[in-house]
Design a binder for this molecule. Structure first.
Ligand code: SF4
Ligand code: SF4
Length: 232
């Protein structure tokens, strides 16, 4: 005779049960308010003290007014990929497929071709990275025996209106240049280009080094997608 299996709810751990004190909610609400108020007043006190030149060792919380003000990146941040070049401008990549094999997201697509120079076996006819799949793990950079791929462009803002804009081609990857890694950049002009490309948000003084990062984008040598939404 077959028995029908019954599903049993897993028993809740003892610590998961609410005590009657928690179940009446009000004490927990006041506890939450007390924590929020403590942070609010300690931050405000810190800022007021620093306004008068005191409390230099305090570190009150600050809100960064992104995107008008962009926070410098940590030096070791992995940013958008680029392909490095030989002196003659051709890719250093020898299409060995090591990066493609190491990529856990399967987002590198390479087609190898015979190189005209007999001392170089292969070159990438096609080298594409699908940023929509990339997890920015950096394995491709680690796997490359030729130092042909790096993640030092400083580009971290990758949003786009079209899925296909996230597929970077070999030409786009070769055009990208390294920057001071602490200066964040965008794949697309931020904000959209105006006039000669220099721009600052109304009433906001953009630090010089960040302004350089922003205006650099406006020349559009590396823009790979559209900064406008597609017309429907
Ligand atoms: S960073 Fe990681 S996920 Fe992205 S292309 Fe390289 S190996 Fe693949
Ligand atoms: S980028 Fe480096 S690892 Fe990838 S195919 Fe080219 S040479 Fe090989």
């Amino acid at each position: 005779m077959s028995t029908t299996p019954t599903l049993k709810r897993p028993a809740r751990a003892k610590g998961d049960r609410m005590t009657w004190w928690e179940a009446i909610y009000l004490p927990e609400i006041f506890r939450g308010l007390a924590i929020t108020s403590r942070h609010f007043f300690s931050n405000m006190t810190g800022h007021i003290l620093q306004l008068f030149g005191l409390g230099r060792n305090l570190q009150p919380a600050v809100t960064i007014q992104y995107p008008e003000v962009v926070r410098p990146l940590p030096e070791r941040t992995r940013t958008l990929h680029r392909l490095t070049k030989r002196e003659d401008g051709s890719p250093r990549c020898v299409a060995c497929m090591m990066c493609e094999s190491a990529c856990p997201a399967f987002c590198i697509f390479i087609t190898a071709g015979e190189h005209p120079d007999p001392t170089i076996e292969k070159y990438p006819v096609r080298f594409e990275i699908d940023l929509g799949l990339c997890v920015f793990c950096g394995y491709c950079v680690e796997a490359c025996p030729e130092d042909a791929i790096r993640m030092d462009t400083g580009i971290v803002e990758l949003s786009t209106y079209r899925r296909e804009d996230l597929l970077l081609t070999i030409d786009q990857l070769l055009k990208l240049e390294p920057v001071d890694r602490t200066t964040p950049r965008s794949m697309h002009p931020i904000p959209p280009r105006e006039g000669d490309g220099t721009w600052s948000p109304p009433g906001v003084e953009v630090p010089t080094h960040l302004r350089a990062g922003l205006t650099r984008l406006s020349g559009d040598p590396i823009a790979v997608g559209s900064d406008q939404p597609p017309s429907s």
